[in-house]
Design a protein around this ligand. Sequence first.
Ligand code: NAP
Length: 462
Amino acid sequence: MDSLVSYIYIISGALFILSLKWMNSPVSARRGVFAGEAGMLLAIGGTLIGHHHNWEWILAAFFIGSAIGVPIAYIMPMTAVPQRTAMSHACGALAAALVGTAEFYQRQPRADSELSGFVMVALIIETLLGFLTVTGSLMAMGKLQEILPSRPMTYKNQNLINAVLFTIAILLGVRLIMVPTDTVLFPIFAGLSLVFGVLLLLPIGGADMPTVIALLNSYAGLSACAMGFVLNNHLLVIAGALDGSSGLILSIIMCKAMNRSFTNVLFGAFGQIQASVTRTEQRAYRSASAEEAAAVLEAASSVIIVPGYGLAVAQAQHKIRELFDSLMKRGIDVKFAIHPVAGRMPGHMNVLLAEADIPYDRLVEMDDINGEFPQCDVALVIGANDVTNPAARSDKTSPIYGMPILDVDRARTVMVIKRSMSPGFAGIDNDLYYMDKTLMLFGDAKAFVGEIVKELPARVGA
Ligand code: NAP
């Protein structure tokens, strides 16, 4: 039986690795998701046949978990995916931390303790990361959902206090590793880890939450990996390591795309002091109707569509697909420019556009498309703002200075669909809107694109 379980675990581990590989490209992403699901099903099946269990407990946990998980999958909208992700990390980390706690007490350290030094090290890492990820993820969720104030909360000597607290937790952990029989220390150690999760997140603003969630994902993975060593389960070690490293890689990619460092995200209290030079003078801009926009598009031979968070809010992807079809039918070359942090999570735009079956080869990454803007007739910005803001290139005082952007302002004509002149995520004005070649198209993205689509056929031969 044991060797059967080992084979199942090997296949399942391989499926997890293939899953990550396939998720690298939109073409194979669906296959990647299925591979991951199949791997997890095998992993659970293998664990169930490999050990003796109290089935009542397993079934109870299965039904409680499903009763919470399934409705969440249906109720939470796409725009709330970061919150949902934070919540699932909190649940995963809680499971790892509780398993660690149970193991600690069950193998009740005695003088002839079964908890060898190595297992204790893994157990302490598992519970430390597990507990701090639970409260950290709940804080991240609260800030994103605006149940908690999303601005950074700072106080004097904050980093120092956090560092001292964390050091005490580590010292308690080291003491427990050396003398596992000191069981009274364990609840204090666990409590400090929980408090540290809260304190770590306090100074981080809502704007940085998606990056921090990717980092917490990594912690939850490492905690599960340590749990694998505690339980001597190789598959958990593999899956945890994959989760831990992919979360870390993702947060590094996000930091790069925003031109921020890790330390700046974690300790920078970004978004707190908006040195907003409130402009007193009203600046002039031009706006246009759907009919005029359709005329501009029709006269173009190349169009680059730049989607952003507003596309997700308006759920405009299917209307955009209609616009894409209509323009392509007229022989106009249409591409989509994808900024790595457009929207509120990595891959946000890819997922939405894929949902509307827009061909993958039409989606072009930032570095590859930026050279094309100067030759492009129309850049059509749909619900994107910060990722097109030229201040990132030139204005040293801007909070987004240095963030790589899509060079939309270099296109011959720029049209921007959004509801008002309000700023985007970073809370700053966008000079793009006041350029002579820019037309503002005010309205909800879905409704406005729909109107343009309606105007287009009417113009055939006009
Ligand atoms: P953005 O800067 O947040 O701007 C979105 C714009 O969409 C807003 O200005 C809003 O203007 C418009 N909008 C909202 N609802 C709309 C609707 N129903 N119809 C039409 N327009 C609508 O978005 P972005 O350009 O995609 O930039 C993403 C921002 O998020 C960046 O600052 C990035 O650093 C940050 N961020 C992203 C990630 C990630 O992983 N993707 C992670 C962390 C942070 P109106 O209110 O006038 O309509």
